[in-house]
Design a protein around this ligand. Structure first.
Ligand SMILES: NC(=O)c1ccc[n+]([C@@H]2O[C@H](COP(=O)([O-])OP(=O)(O)OC[C@H]3O[C@@H](n4cnc5c(N)ncnc54)[C@H](OP(=O)(O)O)[C@@H]3O)[C@@H](O)[C@H]2O)c1
Length: 272
């Protein structure tokens, strides 16, 4: 992305909490001029104040992008402030979960290019994955711009339909919490086997983060291959996997139910 070109037209960020700040940090590191960013946020963090961006200041006439990173529940209150950017060439890029594109089209008017992105929490350390989907007015150039803007916090994948975003939310959006719970469950099991709480947590945490790093390092291997590599016939891992991979009561069926429930909840929230 040409940060200088982006900087000339300016960029507006509505809501700069955890996700907005992670994105902003990435753009600034990649050379975006801090003074070309206008942030609207009622209570800016100390970090944000130190960045030299324009805070709650006059807004540019026609910024290249307006990034929406407020919580969905305050959308109705926050959107009117930026509704004037609709109908032109300003791209509306929202990372808010649960707010459909139609809601932005209503607020910004027809013909406004809108792209929804669904990132996840590891974005905070540059290891997120975001899925993006645009409306009919979003051109390939807008999608490329959104991809580079979201790319500063991790990988980016493109969706074919907006309805896929509910499944994405249920998998990668909520997924980090499933993995954190896996650590809790593994630590609890370790305690039941007689280990101290501190040791149990340390083992579980390091195991999950170490396995995650291995996944990252060995992209040529499928997860199934990595699993098989640590499963010797008749060994301890195989004994545990027989329980975990049981068709009726194992992790597979439990995960399928959990993801289905999350997807349904995402659909419910989108309906309002
Ligand atoms: N964090 C994630 O991992 C993640 C993942 C996927 C999607 N998202 C989406 O990203 C969005 C932001 O999430 P977050 O975790 O970054 O939340 P957050 O940390 O609460 O950030 C939201 C920011 O918006 C500010 N704000 C409140 N009212 C405002 C207004 N009227 N105008 C402008 N700004 C206002 C908040 O200020 P106060 O703190 O003073 O209220 C806060 O700084 C959400 O829609 C969420 O669905 C986040």
């Amino acid at each position: 992305m040409d940060m200088a070109a982006l900087g000339r037209r300016g960029l507006v960020v509505l809501g700069c909490g955890k996700m907005g700040s992670a994105l902003l940090a990435g753009w600034l590191v990649r050379g975006l001029e801090a003074t070309s960013v206008c942030v609207i946020d009622p209570a800016p963090s100390d970090w944000l104040v130190r960045q030299g961006v324009r805070l709650n200041d006059d807004l540019p006439e026609s910024p290249a992008v307006v990034v929406i990173a407020v919580k969905p529940q305050i959308m109705a209150e926050a959107l009117p402030r930026i509704a004037g950017f609709g109908g032109g060439d300003t791209l509306v890029l929202s990372v808010a979960a649960g707010t459909p594109i139609l809601r932005y089209e209503e607020a910004f008017g027809p013909g406004t290019p809108v792209i929804r992105a669904m990132p996840n929490t590891p974005a905070a350390i540059g290891h997120g994955i975001s899925a993006i989907i645009g409306n009919a007015a979003a051109t390939p150039a807008h999608l490329a711009l959104a991809e580079s803007l979201m790319g500063v916090v991790g990988q980016v994948v493109r969706l074919e339909t907006e309805s896929q975003i509910d499944a994405v939310t249920a998998v990668s959006g909520s997924g980090p919490a499933y993995v954190f719970h896996m650590v809790e469950a593994l630590a609890a099991a370790a305690e039941r086997e007689g280990l101290s709480p501190a040791l149990a947590t340390r083992l579980a945490r390091a195991t999950v983060s170490g396995a995650g790093r291995l996944l990252d390092a060995r992209t040529e291997d499928t997860p199934a291959t990595l699993r098989r590599n640590v499963t010797s016939p008749g060994g301890t891992t195989e004994a545990a996997l027989e329980v975990l991979m049981d068709e009726a009561s194992g992790l597979g069926s439990l995960m399928a139910r959990a993801v289905r429930r999350a997807r349904e909840r995402s659909e419910e929230l989108a309906r309002g």
